[in-house]
Ligand binder design. Structure first.
Ligand SMILES: CC(C)(COP(=O)(O)OP(=O)(O)OC[C@H]1O[C@@H](n2cnc3c(N)ncnc32)[C@H](O)[C@@H]1OP(=O)(O)O)[C@@H](O)C(=O)NCCC(=O)NCCS
Length: 164
């Protein structure tokens, strides 16, 4: 992973669809990236990379390194809805700042457009400066505050990006 830096011209790494067997590695990545209270229970990961992925209501792209998942992002699709929801985005702390977050969001935005979605939305902690800066750089616009949105009472904010 050390030489991988998209911002320094490295070739884009291969993002692949998560498999059911990735649920544990996804949980491990999430625990390295989020406070405990924000981590999904295992059954949520199992559903997202299992039945929901098979049914087309969820898509998770991952960057694998051996048995580890170094970066991952999930989009949820509601039947008949034209707005895709970016539900999770995580990059292993040792791999940050190299363009992987942007690469994942761009790949999922392309996927959403292919499926006929016209916009992508997401929620993020208001205090999460790194993620907010990334989303704003990728063209997401702030659409509203989410006071007390998180389990610990912290505020969130909502973003949306049109997918022309
Ligand atoms: C947010 C996250 C996915 C970004 O992943 P990444 O691979 O580092 O993203 P990229 O390399 O594509 O872009 C990094 C961008 O983050 C922003 N950033 C990073 N650290 C920052 C900081 N301390 N303050 C402000 N912005 C910061 C910058 O916009 C930076 O872009 P730049 O290098 O061009 O300035 C990663 O930090 C992460 O997993 N964080 C923990 C989980 C999380 O917050 N997920 C999103 C929740 S909705």
């Amino acid at each position: 992973m050390g030489r991988l830096d998209l911002k320094r011209g490295a070739a884009a790494p291969r993002l692949v669809d998560a498999r059911a067997a990735d649920a544990d590695a996804l949980m491990q990545l999430e625990h390295a990236c989020f406070p405990e209270a924000d981590c999904f229970p295992r059954r949520t990961w199992a559903r997202m990379v299992g039945p929901a992925a098979a049914a087309g209501t969820s898509r998770t792209l991952v960057l694998r390194e051996g048995a580890l998942v170094r970066a991952a992002a999930t989009v949820l699709y509601r039947r008949g809805a034209r707005v895709a929801r970016l539900y999770s985005l995580a990059v292993d702390p040792v791999c940050r700042g190299r363009g992987l977050g942007a690469l994942l969001v761009a790949a999922l935005a392309r996927d959403a457009r292919r499926r006929g979605c016209t916009a992508m939305s997401l929620e993020v902690r208001a205090a999460n400066a790194a993620a907010r800066a990334l989303y704003e750089r990728l063209g997401f616009q702030l659409t509203g505050p989410l006071p007390g949105y998180y389990a610990d009472g912290a505020d969130g904010v909502k973003y949306r990006r049109e997918l022309p």
